[in-house]
Design a protein around this ligand. Structure first.
Ligand SMILES: [Zn+2]
Length: 67
């Protein structure tokens, strides 16, 4: 798990470690979860849990398609 962090706001990889801001750890529904990062300039633009709705929708869609 040493992949480059990806910015939560713009989805671009963060090349400079000094420019990476750690926002926290997000729990996965079926795994260990993942760390959330953002560019320093974008950290303030990221909400507390901006992907929650999208993740839940994806899980529900996935389950619906498998059913
Ligand atoms: Zn960014």
């Amino acid at each position: 798990m040493t992949a480059r962090p990806v910015c939560r706001h713009c989805d671009e990889p963060i090349d400079d470690p000094a420019d990476a801001v750690y926002l926290g750890h997000e729990m996965g529904n079926s795994g260990p979860g993942w760390d959330v990062w953002a560019h320093r300039a974008h950290a303030d633009l990221v909400g507390p849990d901006p992907d929650a709705v999208r993740i839940v929708a994806r899980v529900l869609l996935h389950r619906a398609l498998r059913a």
